[in-house]
Structure formats: C-alpha cells, structure tokens
Design a protein around this ligand. Structure first.
Ligand SMILES: Nc1ncnc2c1ncn2[C@@H]1O[C@H](COP(=O)(O)OP(=O)(O)OP(=O)(O)O)[C@@H](O)[C@H]1O
Length: 206
C-alpha cells in the first residue's frame, strides 16, 4: 500500500466537507475522487498532498505517518493542482530545467519530450504567450521525467484537447504498470480501462 488515509475530517468556512473519510491507494492503482462542484475534492487532494492538515484523522505514506515522513513523502509525490505551476516568464524548456534542478533530476534534452506533447516550435518562447491548453501541456510535462511513485492530480484534463487527453491517459497506464499510483479528480470521463481503478464519490454536504 502506498498511501492510507484514516477517518479524515475537513471543515471549510464552518461547513463540514467530509468526516470519517478513509481511503487507500495501492501500487498500480488509480483512484478517482468524484463529486459535485464544492463537494471538497480539491480540499481532499490538498490534505493527501500534505499541503493542508485535516481537522481530524491521519494519513500514512507506506507505513509512516506523514508528519514523520514528510520529506520522504514529498520526494515521492508529484502534485499538480488547479494552477499550472509554471513560470509564465520562462520558456517551456526553462520551466522544465527549473523543475529538473529543483527536484534533483538530471538535465536532459527536453525538446523531444515537448515535441511529443505537441509543443514543437514553441519550446523557447515565454509560457505567457502559450494558449491555456499549451500551458497545461508544459505543466504536465513533469509527469514524463519525474520518477515519483504517487501522482495527485487536480483536474489534469482541464483545457486539454482530445489528443492530449488520450496521450495523458496512456501515460497514466504506463505509470500504473510501473507500480505507481494515481489519485485524481476529473469532471470528464476516463476513457481508458485501467487494471486497478476505483472511484470515490464525495457527497456534497450542506
Ligand atoms: N482555503 C479555503 N478557505 C476557505 N474555504 C475554502 C478553502 N478551500 C476550499 N474552500 C471551500 O471549500 C468548499 C470545497 O472546495 P473544493 O475546492 O475542495 O471543492 P471541489 O469539490 O474541488 O470543487 P470543484 O469541482 O468546483 O473544483 C468550497 O465551498 C470552497 O469555497
């Protein structure tokens, strides 16, 4: 088991988004968190990414609590939230070089990767000049070179066209086959069959 959350509670603006919520993520598994707008999906992902603390409950990475193993967990996690996380003044190549350097991944020729992501010819212009979908592609490029076991992805398909969604879903499959795990939210249907896939529906609570 990669990740286990036990009896989590989360309160935002005096509203209990969820309580006594437990889940687990195994190697090779994709877990989709579903629910209406405002149900608390992003809030749950932020707890699972150790970016916020639950009101109650605890989270374990392997057999360690996140408070004990925060650094180890961070080194094995790739979290991509609603915002692209790219530096708009830097080019796609510079953004990737920055991520590589900041996560200790060796430098490499990233032009082929950007071409694979449909960004050929756009590698060396500031990202602010790219379209929303192209910026999203740059942001997601991390998933192709970051050797991290757990991916937590908040609406990864936002702004992507069908071809990019298909490419990303195929890459999910490769990651799962290598023993990684994925937790994601999406309002769009997943169109690939994954060997181990579960869906957790978060009810909207008033
Ligand atoms: N940092 C915060 N401070 C105050 N309220 C927050 C905060 N984060 C989220 N909320 C509130 O918590 C509720 C759940 O938000 P969240 O973003 O988790 O929902 P969601 O299920 O991801 O929604 P969507 O499908 O629209 O992305 C919302 O009503 C939101 O206003």
């Amino acid at each position: 088991m990669l990740l286990q959350a036990t009896q989590l509670s989360c309160i935002r603006q005096d509203r209990v988004l969820f309580e006594q919520l437990s889940l687990q993520l195994n190697a090779g598994e994709l877990l989709q968190i579903a629910g209406k707008n405002g149900a608390g999906k992003s809030s749950l992902l932020r707890l699972l990414a150790n970016l916020a603390t639950p009101e109650d409950g605890h989270i374990q990475y392997l057999k360690y609590s996140l408070t004990q193993a925060a650094d180890d967990y961070a080194a094995n996690l790739c979290y991509i939230g609603h915002h692209s996380g790219i530096h708009e003044h830097l080019t796609a190549i510079e953004n990737i070089s920055f991520w590589r350097a900041s996560t200790g991944v060796a430098a490499a020729d990233d032009y082929p990767l950007l071409a694979k992501l449909g960004l050929a010819g756009l590698e060396d212009i500031p990202c602010r000049m790219l379209s929303a979908g192209q910026q999203r592609r740059v942001s997601l490029a991390r998933l192709w070179f970051t050797p991290r076991k757990i991916w937590i992805l908040d609406e990864p398909f936002t702004a992507l066209d069908q071809a990019a969604i298909a490419l990303l879903q195929q890459h999910f499959l490769t990651h799962l086959q290598r023993g990684g795990g994925i937790i994601l939210t999406t309002h769009q249907p997943l169109t690939l069959q994954y060997p181990e896939m579960r869906k957790l529906e978060l009810a909207y609570r008033w």
